[in-house]
Design a protein. Sequence first.
Length: 135
Amino acid sequence: GTTFWKSMPDSILSNNYGKTIGIIGGSFATEANAKIVYDMLREKLGMTVNSAAIAGAGFCQGTTFVQQSANFASCDIYVIWCSTNDFTNNKANGNSSDSAGANTQWGAFKQVLANLYASNPNASSWFSWAALCLI
């Protein structure tokens, strides 16, 4: 739980201290569901957390990750917090040869990376898998 994070000195976690983090995702990543994680990032790492996550979103589902990332503010770190929404709504996986923007999870994934790279080419991208989205 939070005891682990609270017991760690900030110096151990300082590589990312004070950075801005951008979150893209579905319901797992919304502020209400991920509050403990976001609070730890703010409190322990002094991070600014910007979340575009919307319940029901996926790479190809709902307010898509492509839409969320299209005009995302420049951040130091981006987290693409994957969801199960594409799978449960039978959205096509596609494959690694799909072009960016294709209506598949692979194509959308490539477009999200292109969008985030355009916002800040020096940013890090992290992934949090709620489920294996890309098979």
